[in-house]
Design a protein around this ligand. Sequence first.
Ligand code: GLC
Length: 582
Amino acid sequence: MKISSKLLSAMLAAGLLCAASPMAAQAADNDLKWWQKTCVYQIYPKSFADTTGSGVGDLRGIIEHLDHIKSIGCGAIWLTPVYPSPMVDNGYDIANYTDIDPSYGTMADFENLAAEAKKRDIRLVMDLVFNHSSDKHEWFKESQKSRTNPKADWYIWRDAKENGEPPTNWRSIFGGSAWSYSKERGQYYLHTFAKEQPDLNWENPEVRHALYEAARFWLDKGVGGFRIDAITYIKKPAEFVDGKPDGEDGLSGIHGLTANTPGILDFLHEFKQEVFANGDIFTVGEANGVSPSDLPKWVGKDGVFDMVFEFSHMNLPLKKGEVWCRPTEWKLSELKAAITSSQKATQDNGWCPVFFENHDQPRAVNHFFPAGADTKKAAKAIAAVLYTMRGTPFVYEGQELGMTNVAFPSIDDYNDISSHGQYKNALTEGFSPQKALDFVHFFSRDNARTPMQWTNGANAGFTTGKPWLPVNPNYPNVNAALESADKNSVLSFYRDLGKLRRQRKELVFGSYEELLPADEQIFAFARRYQNKALVTAVNFSLQPAPLPKSIYGGKLIFASQKNSDQDTLLPLEARVYEETGR
Ligand code: GLC
């Protein structure tokens, strides 16, 4: 029998049902939206598939691989920026918000991609970069002409200090001062990121409305949602004052001074009302600087977005240990605690994206596992957590193959603007060139941006030309063609996990309960739905891990390795149990 929502409220009021039962976080089928029941695949188009021999991926290349994406159970594609751009930050410097960069194709290619994706029940999600534009955007060109130009106030301009120095000592996220001088206008402009990425002035309503209009342009094209870039930086403090110097350069990192400034939510609620409050789309904000305790203001019924990328679990393994070499001192219990806090904050109100990779992060197999780990086993271990956790899993291109970090021999081989900034910073801090390069090897965003590995042919089948960034030399052993034909590969494991998610309601609708929180080897949790539960247990270490009976009491339904010893997990082994009777 189906209970109507009216009848349900009446039953609740009469005390016939318990609204605050521990099962409250379980969702009913029709409570969840399409994007809560699927997985999202993230594409960095420049590195995905090149159909022209230019060495740069393109939209037609994505069309050729839609079935690959579908095969791992993804019903949405987050496209990192494909708009016209000088590509200083590979598209995150936008020169026109409502067109396609010619290197990726045309608007007709985009429409064709959307149509082909729709045939497979996949929707496209656009990346909105609204904190800043490119310095080649017409808006900025106008703004820098004069202090009286109609767009004079569209960016953040200030006079130099009396001694001629930049207005404040803020350091941009990519390194160096966050201010650059425009001779044309005779003033400094603010840029949270590179000097070619001037920050837009959100205090100006004309700017906000122009951005909302750009977002609506893509809604009119039928897109399924938005990922909203660097959104925590849009509100600046009322007064611009120097921060405490935190490096040899005498500057103070801008992140700690401007991220998540009070008042930001007023802008965001307006953005929501104007653009996405209604409609069958989803939004996910990139919210570095928002902590799990802030989440109820950002997501859920009183929040702004459907989900936010909150980074406490990603930043943890990067912060501990010496910053210039591979960090080793973080603990699995801390990683689990970080994930559990986001889960708890959204358990009854809101939703989480589940992610361990993106285009700014090291590859997960290098990021979350000890050096020397078998990367195929590690890739399956993280996949098991990704696909069985509560929330919408986000798979970053190549993660489903177990792609790994790369270590280019020289800093000149790196394309990523931020890696060059990191390298310079490390030298300024007094590190040797080799130490500075070691630092880049681990942290560089190019680790995630090497071309997608399709085959064991030339350039891993990514291009017939010269790839814009070298292919990872491990492609003969890590590629989609090989893995497609091998039922024990990482790719096949993702496909199997995709099936499991479709078959088991617990994985979509179930609540989340962390198990063994203090265990430093095993990541374990239960997903309860109605009177059933699935329990995931993954050994993140390189040693065998004793598995408490409370976990393996159920029926084993899924495993990443062959192991007849039921009470010990092999190094990097992942299992899923069906639990009954608890
Ligand atoms: C976000 C993007 C990153 C980009 C930056 C500036 O963090 O993910 O790739 O460099 O914003 O737009």
